[in-house]
Design a protein around this ligand. Sequence first.
Ligand SMILES: Nc1ncnc2c1ncn2[C@@H]1O[C@H](COP(=O)(O)OP(=O)(O)OP(=O)(O)O)[C@@H](O)[C@H]1O
Ligand SMILES: [Mg+2]
Length: 252
Amino acid sequence: MRSTSRRVLVRCARQVGKTTTTSVKALHTALYQPASLVLVISPSQRKSDEFLVRVRSLYRASGRPPPIAREAASAIEFVNGSRVISLPGTEGTSRGFAGARLLVLDEAARVDDDIFAAVLPMVGSQGAIWALSTPWGARGWFYDLHEGDGAAVNGWERHLVDVHASDQYDERRISDTQATVSRFVWASDYLCEFEDADAQLFSSTAPAWAAPWRRTTCATSPAGRWAPLTTRSWSRCAHSCAARRCPPTHCR
Ligand SMILES: Nc1ncnc2c1ncn2[C@@H]1O[C@H](COP(=O)(O)OP(=O)(O)OP(=O)(O)O)[C@@H](O)[C@H]1O
Ligand SMILES: [Mg+2]
């Protein structure tokens, strides 16, 4: 919550307070920075709206904040001109905003690379991006941004809150949970490790030739043109930046 970084990655265990904490950040931004735009994106509209429910409940508990001017299931507008808007993680519906002061990506690991690329330009030059998630396998932009060691890489400040670091879990809850879930779920959802999916034939460290079906398209390529991927989703693009290893945003 005290971070002033404009790019924040939070890799968290289940139920440690990701949504609650970022709801506070979203509400604080809207109330203390008049006329600010806060965008919330989750894999589905229902989850994004759930985030707004959390924001509303914090708002009601916060004493005498600026009144709400307008509100709907997916938007709150305050009299100070600030808006908090929830969007589904689907292409098309998530376009059309600009200059956001804060972009929250909740359950970020499940937000597709394409959506991530599409929403990045919506953040203003002074805006911040907070991406929070439990890992979801060794794939996708959220995983890629965790490549390399260090607390901050490529401008992204990283935080890790696994089950042992969270006050939401005491020793008993930890042992009960570990005894209940599978090894894969424990490693991924509670120890926050980027596990290869059990059903994955080749590991994520396999060479590119071993996984030729892992392909994606470039948004600016002609329809039907495929861009061959390396084993990582930050890949070679068949478009203008061909032969360069780049994040999906580079060629859009
Ligand atoms: N700082 C906190 N202190 C006490 N309780 C908290 C705190 N943050 C969250 N909680 C409680 O913990 C529970 C989980 O919170 P929240 O839904 O924000 O977690 P999450 O990490 O987003 O969960 P999920 O993994 O299911 O998305 C809720 O009941 C919430 O009220
Ligand atoms: Mg949550």
